[in-house]
Ligand binder design. Structure first.
Ligand code: APR
Length: 179
């Protein structure tokens, strides 16, 4: 499903983010930028070793939670990968929503800065980091919606949801935002 926000399109798709033909792909990394499983493992496998050599060389201190750093995309069909770090869910009282909002916003700002017309996001924090999918969907979609309304860039933001349950959670939230 998709919605138009002015001239920008916000869409939900069930699939694999490493297959997306977009200018930038967002990675759900850890603050050491050490690689991992989940979407991080998939992006590094598909992108090849360039991604890790670039993060090690340019960002040896890693990346704080709620922030993001850019690299090129190696063998992926994209120009950039934005490595962001979502919060670990600790019950919701430890600033998790603000940190998740900041992760999405920083990536959208990087997309504008790098003149990306299209960017694909995974459901940051909803895997190993344990963020409840419905709450993550609310924060993610509200943040993207607000950003597109204000900035009118990038022209396409695609949330790529790996499984049906996550797609369903995001679709319900997007529907309720339109109601
Ligand atoms: N495409 C799109 N989404 C994917 C893919 C893929 N190829 N593989 C997994 N996902 C989904 C998961 O189903 C989940 O909904 O990405 C979402 C985020 O899950 P994780 O990858 O576990 O990311 P996160 O919860 O943010 O945890 C980050 O996990 O892999 C490590 O190094 C990473 O330590 C960091 C932590």
């Amino acid at each position: 499903m998709f919605v138009m926000i002015g001239a920008c399109r916000l869409e939900l798709l069930q699939g694999d983010i490493t297959r997306q033909q977009v200018d930038a792909i967002v990675n759900a990394a850890n603050s050491e930028l050490a690689g991992g499983g989940g979407v991080d493992g998939a992006i590094h496998r598909a992108g090849g070793p360039t991604l890790m050599s670039e993060t090690s060389a340019k960002f040896p201190q890693g990346c704080p939670t709620g922030s993001a750093v850019p690299t090129t995309a190696g063998n992926l069909p994209a120009k950039f990968v934005f490595h962001t770090v979502g919060p670990i869910w600790r019950g919701g009282q430890e600033g998790e929503p603000d940190l998740l909002r900041s992760a999405f916003k920083t990536c959208l700002e990087l997309a504008v800065e790098h003149q990306c017309e299209s960017v694909a996001f995974p459901a940051i924090s909803t895997g190993v980091y344990g963020y409840p999918k419905d709450l993550a969907a609310e924060t993610a979609l509200q943040t993207i919606h607000e950003f597109l309304q204000t900035t009118q860039q990038p022209k396409l933001v695609r949330m790529v949801l790996f499984d049906g349950g996550t797609y369903g959670a995001f679709a319900r939230v997007l529907e309720s935002m339109l109601a």
